[in-house]
Design a binder for this molecule. Structure first.
Ligand code: NAP
Length: 209
């Protein structure tokens, strides 16, 4: 008999500027804790709320995400936001992914708690909260009261908090380390560190040819 229960699929949304071990640990923890079938990483194409000078080209962030996830069979990377022109809106991504994955896919959008709790500033926040459940990743000690204050009322149960100690690693710190020529070892996968160096990203020097 065909199995009619929904397939829980993680959608790991982020700028990944660059991807680091905190993101990878988050995705793995969510996979296990919420019994997800797979996690699809979705690097943001054009993060319209960010200072563009700080953001590496979309294709570079996509390739670093592919490199970082290559050894995990349950991790996949989508180009859906990279290939879509114009600003990145999560509502368009969730609808696009549902079309690709099929009607039985139940989406779990995983991202940083700070970002998710600003959902009220996103395009169509209530539609976004209807299209997916949310996993807000945070380091331990996060103020959970913010959940009730900042989510539209009636949607509080659509967001779960996942504590991830490894989120002490941050993309901001990694970019600073590159500028200051400090090591990235054990913060990002080796291939990602090599890619940053080779392409001269984040003010780390001229790209090698
Ligand atoms: P952000 O505001 O740059 O990140 C906020 C915090 O969350 C940072 O500490 C960040 O750490 C962390 N974080 C980001 N992605 C994470 C992930 N997947 N797992 C764990 N921690 C994560 O967030 P962002 O990267 O720009 O955006 C996050 C997602 O929200 C993206 O998919 C973006 O497209 C979506 N978004 C949508 C709208 C909209 O639809 N209008 C608006 C804003 C954001 P790091 O800096 O170390 O990553």
């Amino acid at each position: 008999m065909a199995n009619s229960s929904p397939r829980a699929v993680g959608v790991m949304g982020g700028t990944f500027n660059p991807i680091h071990y905190g993101h990878l640990v988050t995705a793995e923890e969510a996979l296990v804790a919420f019994d997800l079938e797979q996690v699809v990483f979705v690097p943001a194409g054009h993060p319209w709320q960010k200072d563009q000078d700080e953001v590496a080209p979309a294709e570079d962030r996509y390739l670093m995400t592919v490199i970082a996830t290559a050894t995990n069979d349950k991790f996949h990377v989508s180009r859906i936001e990279i290939d879509r022109p114009g600003p990145t809106y999560t509502i368009d991504t969730l609808r696009g992914l549902k079309e690709t994955l099929g009607g039985d896919a139940e989406l779990w959008f995983i991202s940083g708690a700070d970002g998710i709790l600003n959902i009220i500033t996103w395009k169509d926040p209530e539609a976004v909260l209807r299209e997916a459940r949310f996993i807000a990743a945070t380091r331990p000690g996060y103020d959970l009261d913010r959940l009730e204050k900042e989510l539209p009322s009636g949607f509080e149960d659509r967001v779960s908090i996942l504590e991830i100690p490894a989120l002490a690693i941050s993309s901001t710190d990694i970019r600073r380390r590159v500028r200051e020529r400090r090591p990235l070892r054990y913060l990002v996968p080796e291939g990602v560190a090599r890619y940053i160096e080779k392409r001269g990203l984040y003010g780390g020097g001229a790209p090698s040819t």
